[in-house]
Design a protein around this ligand. Sequence first.
Ligand code: ADP
Ligand code: MG
Length: 260
Amino acid sequence: MATLAHSDIVTAQPDVQNVISVADVHKYYDLGETKVHALRGVSLDIRHGEFVAIMGSSGSGKSTFMNLLGCLDKPTSGRYSLNGTDVSELDKSALAAIRNRELGFVFQGFNLLARTTALENVELPTLYARLDKNQRTARAEKALNMVGLGDRMDHFPSQLSGGQQQRVAIARGLVNQPSILLADEPTGNLDSRTSVEILQIFQDLNDQGLTIVLVTHEPDIAQFAKRVVVFRDGKIRRDDAARNRPRAADVLLKMPTVED
Ligand code: ADP
Ligand code: MG
């Protein structure tokens, strides 16, 4: 019997190298009397292992685009394929399933449950995975260790700094071992140094092979990504590979600490 070679699998799914493939997507918001044309023909491919920053001024369509990538909303027209699956046609429950399996989310406001420890917050998304309690706890502990919070697992959000809370949220985004991490303005509520610390974590995770899409309106943050895509008026205006990309760890060495 012939065995299936890796090349057979790749040939069978020519799209599979692109974790994200968006083709000519439009999004209208219907407000009754008026319609808002938030995305006007966006096409973008993102390959496995990329670290992409999405930039653009307020209202340019970044969050609308991220909601589509995150399977939280559907395009009005156009095609979106996630890891080889065409998600533009899926119903709500199928979208929720693929979202849980493929995607991790990080938001500006951390969105942690207040009366719940760091460990429990991170464990929460694993409820959907077919794991027993010990396996779920082990996964959550591993994710917290990855973001350097192994010694804060029993702390409540109010006992953690903003940067630490965002690290808990990143661990929560990683706990189901997603193929992509989507972050919408994750440093928007953080001071400069803490922001770079978060970007250091993103660079480390990306070095380990995680695909990351990060929305930010700050060039100082976008510079840490490998590729910068700029939106304007619902369209992609620029798409550049970052040259002379700094390492967040090096930048941190030159930044003042709280003791300075
Ligand atoms: P950004 O994240 O770049 O600030 P958005 O994607 O939030 O941009 O918004 C793009 C455009 O779509 C804006 O004109 C905004 O007002 C509009 N918009 C966004 N969300 C909605 C919504 N839920 N209903 C109606 N209009 C919306
Ligand atoms: Mg936005």
